[in-house]
Design a protein around this ligand. Structure first.
Ligand SMILES: Nc1ncnc2c1ncn2[C@@H]1O[C@H](COP(=O)(O)OP(=O)(O)OP(=O)(O)O)[C@@H](O)[C@H]1O
Length: 257
């Protein structure tokens, strides 16, 4: 681990965390994990290893079957709805389906990240009334992601990769304490992937935002994440610096592209 992360308070703690779906399939099988404020952690693992299950547990969209999960000091699974909403307002989510809000422009979608602390209806109203200063800030974020010219387009008119960048812009703009990014570079080209990860890393460095991302491209994890957690069939099989992840006597971090 790098920098001050080691000395920072624990922000996420999973203790014997188990998720068994209604179908009887095990998503996570007794995960023990602690993440401190200001860390940038890559979650790796083959398809079906439990990465998305962990993300969905972290944002409270599913509940643990057994064990404990604490996020920002709150125990998930038993939180009243209002407390869960409040907790979620401190996290930004970048999901595989991009969470684009239909009927809003790209700029308004980005602004919604910062308005996450109010009700959705109020946030939509406020997003319609954004100020010049906000527009300037949004333009700056979008420009970094190569989307400045799409600022006033309807977000749903954009391609999948462009919508993914809108979701990233929203997270970057959100002031969240934790960013949960489920495959944030899945639908973008290599150069854009580097830009996205650099922007996330800069945010992590400058604001101590905790970033947890699920990555398929392991070479990116090697370059951008001081710590990786590797899951296999719901079990944690490695937790440490990416360069030390050795599997079967062979370095298991490979060049993705
Ligand atoms: N809603 C669900 N109902 C039943 N089983 C599920 C559900 N969601 C996931 N699973 C199962 O839980 C296991 C872990 O799935 P999960 O989606 O967490 O994997 P993943 O590592 O994110 O995979 P991928 O990289 O393909 O997204 C898999 O066996 C999957 O089939």
């Amino acid at each position: 681990m790098e920098g001050t992360a080691t000395f920072n308070p624990e922000i996420i703690r999973a203790k014997n965390l188990v998720k068994i779906y209604a179908t009887g399939v095990t998503g996570l099988n007794g995960l023990n994990l602690s993440i401190s404020r200001g860390e940038m952690v890559g979650i790796l693992g083959a398809s079906g290893s439990g990465k998305t299950t962990f993300f969905r547990l972290l944002n409270g969209s599913i509940t643990p079957t057994r064990g404990e999960l604490f996020v920002l000091g709150k125990r998930l699974g038993r939180l009243p709805y209002k407390s869960l909403q409040k907790l979620r307002s401190r996290m930004a989510l970048v999901y595989q389906n991009h969470n684009i809000i239909p009927g809003l422009t790209v700029a308004q979608n980005v602004l919604m990240g910062r308005l996450g602390k109010v009700s959705l209806l109020r946030a939509v109203r406020m997003a319609l009334l954004q100020t010049n200063k906000e527009l300037e800030d949004i333009h700056h974020v979008l420009d970094q992601l190569g989307l400045a010219d799409k600022m006033f387009h309807l977000a749903t008119d954009l391609s999948g990769g462009q919508q993914q960048r809108v979701a990233i812009a929203r997270a970057l703009f959100s002031d969240a304490e934790i960013i949960l990014a489920d495959e944030p570079i899945a639908s973008v080209d290599y150069k854009t992937a580097e830009t996205v990860l650099t922007l996330l890393k800069n945010l992590n460095r400058d604001k101590q935002t905790t970033i947890i991302m699920n990555l398929h491209q392991q070479d990116f994890a090697l370059n951008f994440c001081p710590r990786v957690v590797v899951l296999d069939k719901g079990n944690l099989v490695y937790d440490g610096p990416p360069e030390n992840w050795i599997c079967g006597g062979r370095k298991n971090i490979v060049s993705g592209k």
